[in-house]
Design a binder for this molecule. Structure first.
Ligand SMILES: [Zn+2]
Length: 329
């Protein structure tokens, strides 16, 4: 691989920033650690649920908006219709936000039902749908709309899970990054986008973002999406999607500087796919353990996804790495 003269500026700015930001500042690290813990408690414990359309979800998005504006970001709450639901059936389960009523039963229960072939059975589904509003929260800094860096994380969580690494930690990275980039005066427009609805079939917030921005994807230089980050075991995994050489070069330099971060395989199950499909280069940030075990892990979407499995040091490290990366582009 050849890194020609055109990268000299990136290199220079990278090493300047490295000196300025990375020569470890324990006070700053400590401040970010304290914030990380507070945010984690708020998003996963004080707010008891974050599924789209629920009160908790709206509380979380309002909080996000307030924090971003406190860090001097220009904010916007983009409203859309969402569907919450509740289920009161002990043995019947409602599933997702399908428009068709559906009831699920396990194989075990089904085999009991088989013995009643020919008989009439009654199904009493005690679930109901609750229409409500949901919001994508957007924070902007800078005004160069022709060169945007869009940093994304989804704020919703599956019903019945605190959603710590899926995806409170992603939201917390956005919040810490908004603090680190508070004084950003670079020549890019930085957009922090809190998506809402990633873990739901209808993905209402993502669909809204795509329709509002459908002719503007060409102006996005890079998407950075954080989902599943900060798991206590293993390294942080950065994966790259169609990065132009100059961005790839800077990204690799940044990764090399942070001992807890490694480059890892691509995975499609996140909001970065929205950008990749639109031809936008992307970086996805997650936990290596999670990516390695993606098909058989039983943490995300369950009650095991609680604050006990989060390593706040990793969240702080990711925020600092992304701060360095963004300032170097
Ligand atoms: Zn997720």
């Amino acid at each position: 691989m050849c890194y020609g003269r055109s990268y000299e500026n990136e290199l220079r700015s990278y090493s300047e920033i490295k000196q300025k930001n990375l020569n470890s500042n324990p006070m700053a690290d400590n401040h970010l650690m304290i914030k990380c813990k507070e945010y984690l408690k708020l998003l996963c414990e004080d707010i008891t649920e974050r599924c789209v359309g629920s009160n908790g979800n709206r509380q979380a998005t309002r909080f996000m908006q307030k924090e971003l504006s406190l860090q001097e970001w220009e904010t916007e709450m983009v409203e859309f219709e969402a569907m919450d639901w509740e289920e009161n059936g002990a043995s019947l389960k409602s599933d997702g936000d399908f428009n068709i009523p559906s009831v699920y039963m396990t194989e075990e229960e089904g085999s009991k039902l088989i013995s009643g072939i020919g008989k009439i059975v009654f199904l009493d589904s005690r679930s109901r749908r609750i229409p409500g509003k949901g919001y994508n929260v957007i924070g902007k800094k800078g005004n160069n709309t022709s060169a945007k860096i869009v940093v994304t994380a989804h704020i919703d969580a599956k019903k019945g899970t605190p959603g710590a690494i899926d995806n409170a930690t992603g939201v917390i990275v956005l919040l810490l990054l908004s603090d680190l980039l508070k004084d950003y005066k670079g020549n890019k427009l930085i957009e922090i986008v809190t998506f809402n609805g990633e873990d739901y079939y209808a993905a209402p917030g993502q669909k809204n973002y795509i329709s509002v921005n459908k002719n503007k994807f060409d102006n996005i230089l890079l998407n950075i999406n954080i989902d599943g980050a900060g798991y206590k075991e293993g390294l942080t995994a950065f994966s790259f999607y169609n990065l132009p050489d100059e961005i790839l070069y800077v990204a690799k330099k940044v990764i090399n500087h942070f001992s807890g971060i490694t480059e890892d395989i691509q995975w499609p199950q996140g909001d970065h796919s929205i950008f990749v499909q639109a031809g936008v280069p992307a970086i996805a940030v997650s936990s290596k353990w999670l990516i390695d075990n993606i098909s058989y892990q039983d943490i995300t979407h369950t009650e095991k996804d609680n604050i006990g499995i989060v390593d706040c040091n990793k969240i702080v490290e990711i925020s600092q790495a992304l701060n360095t990366l963004i300032r170097s582009l």
